[in-house]
Ligand binder design. Structure first.
Ligand code: GLA
Length: 381
């Protein structure tokens, strides 16, 4: 690591923990922060959240991102289950949205344009003919403002940024927020929100690549996944939804009984530029706007289990199909399928399906607040 964290230990004392002991031991609950490096002359900060149970989360203000999550495995050994890089300078070069907060609209917008209130908005077509993850310089490629916080649930960091009107072609000035809190129940809570001064589509998405066997432990194909979804959104060859909302019955996308990710993997073989594998939006069961448990991932070797709860309508299940062997933390090579993303979200390309049955409203208007909650809870089997 070229830029070790400066030990600026803040140790926010709450409940079970009564202050800084011995300069911040593994069991001290709090936030540690320091300068990580710089990008184009701008200082980048890193933060480490700790709970009193041996769980740690590394965050960074560039991209409001997660760069590490260390959790005890079934034998009590600490395992880093998040793909990332040792230095901040590697992120702009090598990262495929690793750990970041994606916006203003995560996932794809077909044809890279949309109409709103009679106006046509042209966005960057940065993914074939389509717009992906907010454009050429989305929320993931900016340094956010950061504030360390202490909540009743545990320590955290609140990241904020103003996305000016016209940024990446979107209308309205958007004030965005992404807050991370680590609880004593081994939960990483992510709350994303935004307000605007003019109507705009908004779909802020969290993009961590998980490997519960450890970030350098090979593929995720032997992990077991449950997703509470009866339906999914079929896509065309460029990954834009056709508009249909189809049952998962008798498809490889039926994760309702839990199954190994590799079990039906050959249902999506490589084809030309398409590397194959899962890269699909599933339509989550339950009421949109209500926090409910929607996914459960288990690694057979470490026994680490992660459940995800959200208030969102959909989840993009992506098996790291574009990972290309780039060298990550501690020299680990991240080969194809070396990590997976479970990105809760509004359905991709929703802006072209406003008002259609099953599709949610992704237009944020002045006076309203966009809200998105994700809770990642860790345990062992
Ligand atoms: C998302 C998309 C994928 C891919 C990754 C980033 O999950 O659905 O197709 O673009 O982001 O590489």
């Amino acid at each position: 690591m070229r830029h070790p964290i400066l030990s600026v230990l803040l140790c926010l004392s709450v409940g079970v923990f009564a202050g800084c002991q011995g300069g911040g031991s593994m069991t001290s609950q709090g936030v540690e922060s320091g300068v990580w490096g710089d990008l184009d002359g701008d200082r980048v900060q890193r933060f480490t959240l700790r709970n009193g149970r041996g769980m740690e989360v590394d965050l960074c203000d560039y991209g409001a991102m997660v760069t590490g999550v260390r959790v005890p495995d079934r034998d009590g050994r600490s395992v880093d289950v998040v793909l990332g890089f040792d230095s901040i300078e590697e992120y702009p070069e090598k990262s495929q949205y690793f750990g970041c907060t994606v916006g203003r609209v995560g996932n794809r917008i077909g044809g890279g344009s949309f109409e709103l209130d009679g106006e046509t908005y042209q966005l960057a077509a940065n993914n074939g003919p389509n717009h992906l993850h907010g454009g050429d310089r989305g929320f993931d490629k900016h340094i956010w403002n950061a504030t360390e916080i202490l909540t009743s649930r545990g320590p955290g960091v609140r990241f904020t940024r103003t996305s000016p009107a016209g940024e990446e072609g979107y209308p309205g000035t958007l004030e965005a927020e992404a807050t991370y809190v680590l609880t004593e129940n081994d939960e990483l809570v992510i709350e994303m929100s935004a307000v605007t001064d003019a109507a705009t589509p908004c779909n802020i998405v969290h993009h961590t690549y998980w490997n519960l066997g450890g970030h350098g432990s090979g593929t995720i194909l032997d992990e077991t996944l449950f997703i509470d979804a009866d339906r999914y959104t079929p896509v065309d060859a460029t990954l834009i939804p056709t508009g249909e909302i189809a049952p998962v019955d008798a498809t490889a996308l039926d994760f309702r009984n839990g199954k190994s990710i590799g079990a039906d993997f050959e249902a999506f073989p490589p084809n030309g530029d398409d590397p194959g594998g899962f890269d699909h939006n599933l339509c989550l069961n339950g009421e949109v706007g209500t926090l409910r448990e929607v996914a459960r991932l288990t690694d057979p070797t470490t026994g680490i289990v992660m459940t995800i709860s959200t208030d969102q309508p959909g989840i993009q299940f992506y098996t790291g199909n574009f990972l290309n062997g780039m060298i990550g933390k501690a020299g680990a090579a991240y080969e194809k399928n070396g990590g997976l993303c479970l990105e809760t979200q509004a359905f991709p390309d929703s802006i072209h399906h406003q008002g259609e049955p099953g599709w949610s409203d992704v237009v944020l208007n002045p006076g309203n607040r966009y809200e998105h909650v994700m809770v990642h809870r860790f345990s062992t089997d």
